[in-house]
Design a protein around this ligand. Structure first.
Ligand SMILES: NC(=O)c1ccc[n+]([C@@H]2O[C@H](COP(=O)([O-])OP(=O)(O)OC[C@H]3O[C@@H](n4cnc5c(N)ncnc54)[C@H](O)[C@@H]3O)[C@@H](O)[C@H]2O)c1
Length: 308
């Protein structure tokens, strides 16, 4: 199959491409390299079944593909808030362009949406039916409202034009190739511990998150794409940890000497986030397998090599 991966030079996209290439597909990687890097896909650059296209999805493009995995969008608050108008354009105009492409070439289209569509949830854990508690004028809105519109666009293209869509709501994912400066909690703690700096905990650290290792996530993504259920479907790891527990685990694994410091919580930071993955279990026969300790070990090794 010829498969287009938008955002393919990024963290999740590049792991997906590794799997797709290993399975013998032809892969087109489309990226504007805003948060993605060539080093993530370096191993495929000279492979005749791999093509790298530098392109910004806010502009239309004509390509042929059987499947489109649409991941292009900065995922970390630091990067998506740097130019919020651009983030909205990527989510809205970019998704519109990619759905238009899917319609034209009759490709199956998978949208990488996010648990952020649930905002600061007042239902816990979050099932797909939960409509969310999102602030439409806050500093995260360019991302969470952007993704909500992207989901709307996908379903409208499906209802109006029969585009074959899949919508996946991704919860916090971590693993090798995350950017060390992306401000996300796992990468922050690992980079700080490796550098011998204090680990910054926002608030009192009692807020919780769930963390899915990237190989588990990619498996769920491919099962969704190749199954019959269109979604939306939560893909994440329901194992819930407080931020303080995570900080202490990483401190223990990397540098027991490193200190912890506490800073005020950023605006609109959700207090709890945990996926309800009943649908993924029942409809995709999927659940995560990589335990946090193992995933952190692999991530820490990658950060150690890069920060050398
Ligand atoms: N990592 C997570 O925990 C997480 C959680 C929820 C949702 N997601 C979603 O998964 C997708 C991938 O996330 P990631 O963690 O790999 O992020 P990432 O920032 O590493 O990857 C995004 C990629 O998209 C590219 N990109 C951004 N804007 C673009 C544009 N206008 N045109 C072309 N390319 C563009 C970037 O250069 C980058 O390679 C995103 O859509 C994100 O919203 C990720």
């Amino acid at each position: 199959m010829r498969i287009l991966v938008t955002g393919g030079a990024g963290f999740i996209g590049s792991h997906l491409i590794d799997r797709l290439m290993d399975l013998g597909n032809e892969v087109l990687c489309l990226d504007n390299f805003y948060t993605g890097h060539k080093r993530n896909i370096l191993q495929w650059i000279n492979n005749p079944y791999f093509e790298l296209i530098r392109h910004d999805i806010t502009e239309p493009i004509r390509l042929e593909a059987d499947q489109i995995y649409h991941l292009a969008c900065p995922a970390s608050p630091i990067h998506y808030q740097y130019n919020p108008v651009k983030t909205i354009k990527t989510n809205v105009m970019g998704t519109l362009n990619m759905l238009g492409l899917a319609k034209r070439v009759k490709a199956r289209f998978l949208l990488a949406s996010t648990s952020e569509v649930y905002g600061d949830p007042d239902v816990h854990p979050q099932p797909e039916e939960y409509r969310g508690n999102v602030n439409c004028i806050g500093i995260r809105s360019c991302y969470d409202e952007g993704k909500r519109v992207a989901e709307t666009l996908a379903f409208d293209y499906h209802r109006q034009n029969n585009v074959d869509i899949r919508v996946m709501r991704i919860f916090n994912t971590y693993g090798p190739r995350m950017l060390e400066n992306d401000g996300r909690v796992v990468s922050n703690f690992i980079a700080q511990a490796l550098r011998g700096n204090p680990l910054t905990v926002y608030g009192d650290g009692t807020q919780t998150r769930s963390f899915c290792y990237v190989s588990d996530l990619v498996e769920g993504m491919m099962r969704l794409m190749n199954g019959d259920y269109i979604g939306p479907i939560n893909i994440g790891n329901p194992g819930e940890y407080t931020i303080l527990e995570l900080a202490k685990t990483i401190q223990e694994m990397v540098n027991p000497e490193a200190e912890l410091t506490f800073k005020p919580l950023p605006e609109d930071d959700p207090k709890q986030r945990q996926p309800d993955i009943t649908k993924a279990k029942n409809l995709l026969d999927w659940e995560p397998h990589v335990p946090l300790g193992k995933g952190l070990e692999l991530t820490i090794k990658d950060f150690r090599d890069r920060l050398k």
